[in-house]
Design a protein around this ligand. Structure first.
Ligand code: URA
Length: 259
């Protein structure tokens, strides 16, 4: 690599790090500042009626237990070699009754250490995105295609996806969200069973068909937060923010206003 190219790479890295630190320290703002969402939301982000009927409370408890049962099967799974190198299984976590499920690719180093999805740098950006939507991580469910970290964060392999995807399919059947947000190419392509590039899939509403007989779930593909961290420019941020606005609109949830 030429000296000039090295310098440019260094400058890009430093700028990226500064942008990242700035945004991880504050609220993820697409442009300007985001004002509060209307408080009288007719449709809550989580299906939680003011006074929950006993049947509803039992339904949510049932979902919680079924998700916990899936998580313990993930912990025992030996269907692919990733269980040998992982520190912890990362089944995914969040609200069993969520209307939105975010799906990423696979756990990274921090996730592997903590056993939780999206808790590293990309996860902090995802938290900021969720908060910019007027929601919290507790309102949504966050999971990955793979439940174990691939060594050195390499791309998931087809055999690993084939071994692991039934867990996510089951989670989606339990939660029955109104919309799935596929974060990045691996999540979008796997769930939509396509090889189309993420640039083509993002920003459009698709349908995920749960196996074997669930009702179709809306799916919106957007850029992965890690990609956003690497390309922290207004154009990419705007695209992701537009995608999140679309998610909120699809759910009849208030879109926080720019003030
Ligand atoms: N990237 C992912 O796709 N998932 C995580 O949980 C963390 C980083």
């Amino acid at each position: 690599m030429s000296r000039q190219a090295q310098q440019q790479r260094l400058i890009r890295t430093v700028i990226g790090q500064l942008e990242c630190d700035r945004f991880l320290g504050g609220v993820w703002l697409p442009i300007g500042t985001v004002g509060p969402a209307a408080t009288d939301a007719a449709t809550p982000a989580v299906r939680k009626p003011g006074k929950m009927s006993r049947a509803k409370a039992e339904d949510i408890q049932d979902k919680r237990e079924r998700l916990a049962a899936i998580a313990s099967r993930v912990a025992k799974c030996r269907k692919c070699p990733l269980h040998e190198s992982r520190l912890n299984p990362v089944p995914g976590q969040g609200n069993p009754n969520a209307r939105i499920v975010f799906v990423g690719e696979a756990p990274g180093e921090t996730e592997d250490r903590q056993g939780k999805a999206f808790v590293g740098r990309a996860g902090m950006l995802l938290t900021n995105i969720i908060e910019a939507m007027g929601l919290t991580r507790e309102d949504v469910f966050i999971a990955n295609i793979l439940k174990s970290r691939p060594p050195s964060n390499r791309d998931p392999q087809a055999t690993e996806i084939a071994a692991c995807i039934p867990f996510l399919q089951e989670q989606l059947l339990v939660i029955e969200p109104d919309i799935i947000v596929a974060l990045g190419a691996h999540a979008a392509r796997t769930l939509l069973e396509t090889n189309a590039p993420i640039g083509q899939l993002r920003g459009q509403l698709h349908e995920y068909l749960p196996e074997p007989l669930g009702r179709p779930i809306k799916l919106l593909a957007t850029y992965h937060p890690a990609y956003l961290l690497r390309n922290y420019v207004k154009e990419t941020r705007m695209k992701v923010w537009q995608d999140m606005q679309r998610v909120l609109t699809e759910l009849d949830l208030p879109v926080p206003k720019k003030s």
